[in-house]
Ligand binder design. Structure first.
Ligand code: UDX
Length: 484
């Protein structure tokens, strides 16, 4: 039997390539596991940096040891090991990958004969890749490998990304003047003008809600140009996968389908994976973490000692950074609300000098936290959201966090930091009506009011909205056409 015939008896081999950041890797690992459960061979391509973080803090090996067809491959992201890879500096990652990723990817694919593992696996049969990684396409096209995109953002954020040229043609971006400080700039009235050039969003999207990567004053900005050209390239792929569900985003998905007919809405992936594992009689263990930081499980013991629905969980995701002023506004707002809070403050998330135990923290904050709060560096988020003591989520509106909150039925207060988050938070408040959008304000009085609203005054209103989406999702939770 020839090598070629032997290879065709092996299962198809899918290469999954996420942007090497926490939120992207989380969704892509869920997809990888689902594909393994369907009997496919899967390789996930990580940056060395990300892989090391997972080896230190996650349980990748134990999670995937039950899937013999799973492998990890790595390449360099081109940045020095001590680059912070958070906040605005995250754009360096996109630019570094664009510059150096193509040659790294080519070297990997050619030196391993398409990751065929000496013939134990087929050469890669299909590439599923994230946005801003289009440097891979010339390599896979030469090797005859079809590719699909999996954008880990919502449909409502992807769609304005896709329409950037139209938004520019309408003169709605780039924005004018940026000499003021950031807060003054975004407070300008003109940011409330509706965006007219994104079909289906004319009544919802204001300028301040456009994905924040486009909030530039210079259309030649390299990161802006990368997002713009890469997103348009989606039409050249065999298809697009989105981690969303039809009932939640149907009108926008319909708009996208006019340009990309092979659009698969297979989310929420974390819930789909849980259901599939249960169906297969496998445990979906909360210990199967894919965290880049060490999870501090003391927060679960703390939650165990709190009354039902009494705690607001606060986390601004894996990339957000806060200035000391912002930190203090949130902190005063939380303490003054009188509600209990569990707050994730990543070790790398505060800009400049700040010490929790230092004398510069006002005594009333320390005392308010001691009696009603818990602050940790990183938590097992899905476990925290599902905990009976958790009553609401104060979030940066990252798409994974938003979906995890919807799936478990928690109302949200949204403080979007950048990127897709500014659009997600608008949809949470104005379309899905399951929370409030603090957009472009960071003020202790507003924080206090919104926390009181979400935990008490307007709670039933948001829970009503959440029940609608949960019913829809329940009806269709095992849909996932692509995966069956
Ligand atoms: C950013 C984007 O804003 C997001 O929309 C995009 O899809 C990926 O990049 P990020 O800041 O990582 O994402 O937020 P999010 O998408 O919400 O992902 C964070 C993930 O980390 C979630 O899956 C969450 O459960 C997990 N997490 C967060 C923890 O496990 N523990 C924590 O303490 C905080």
């Amino acid at each position: 039997m020839s090598d070629r015939e032997t290879a065709t008896e092996l299962p198809p081999h899918i290469l999954i390539f996420p942007v090497p950041l926490q939120g992207h890797v989380n969704s892509m690992l869920n997809l990888a596991e689902l594909l393994c459960l369907s009997g496919l061979h899967v390789t996930i391509l990580l940056s060395d940096y990300t892989h090391n973080r997972l080896l230190r803090h996650a349980s990748l090996q134990s999670r995937f040891s039950r899937h013999s067809g799973f492998r990890v491959a790595t390449i360099s992201d081109g940045l020095p090991a001590d680059h912070p890879r958070v906040g605005e500096r995250i754009l360096d990652l996109a630019l570094s990958l664009k510059e150096k990723g193509g040659s790294e990817f080519r070297r990997l694919m050619e030196s391993t004969d398409g990751l065929s593992d000496g013939g134990a696996r087929r050469r890669v049969s299909c590439l599923i890749m994230d946005g801003v990684l289009s440097f891979t396409t010339s390599v896979v096209e030469e090797m005859g490998i079809p590719y699909m995109y999996f954008r880990t953002i919502s449909a409502c954020a992807f769609w304005p990304f896709f329409c950037i040229q139209e938004i520019m043609d309408a003169g709605e971006i780039p924005f004018k003047g940026k000499n003021e400080d950031t807060l003054t700039y975004w407070k300008k009235k003109e940011m409330d003008m509706m965006v007219t050039s994104v079909p289906g969003m004319e009544k919802v999207l204001r300028r301040r809600d456009i994905p924040r990567f486009f909030g530039v004053t210079n259309a030649d900005d390299p990161a802006f140009q990368t997002m713009k050209t890469d997103t348009k390239k989606t039409v050249e792929a065999c298809g697009l996968i989105l981690n969303t569900f039809e009932d939640l985003e149907e009108p926008i998905l319909d708009e996208i389908r006019k340009h990309i007919p092979n659009l698969y809405s297979i989310g929420p992936l974390h819930a789909l994976l849980k259901a599939r594992l249960e169906l297969e009689g496998m445990e979906s263990s909360p210990n199967h973490s894919s965290s880049f930081w060490e999870e501090d499980r003391s927060c679960i013991a703390w939650l165990d000692s709190q009354p039902t629905c009494s705690v607001i969980y606060v986390s601004f995701g894996s990339i957000t950074t806060l200035t000391r002023e912002e930190l203090l506004e949130f902190w005063y707002g939380l303490v003054n609300s009188g509600h209990r809070f569990l707050w994730v403050i990543r070790p790398d998330s505060i800009v400049g000098n700040y010490s929790r135990n230092g004398k510069e923290i006002p005594v009333e904050l320390e005392e308010g936290t001691k009696s009603r709060g818990c602050m940790v560096g990183w938590v097992p988020q899905q476990e925290v959201l599902a905990h009976p003591a958790t009553g609401a989520f104060f979030t940066h509106s990252g798409w994974n966090s938003t979906l995890e909150s919807i799936a478990i039925g928690l109302p949200m207060v949204c403080w979007a930091y950048f990127a897709d988050q500014t659009t997600n938070s608008r949809f949470v408040s104005e379309v899905w009506k399951i929370g409030m959008d603090m957009k472009d304000t960071c003020d202790r009085i507003i924080v206090e009011k919104m926390v009181k609203d979400v935990m008490d005054v307007r709670r039933d209103e948001f829970l009503g909205g959440l029940i609608v989406w949960q019913c829809c999702r329940g009806r269709r939770s095992l849909k996932g056409d692509l995966l069956t």
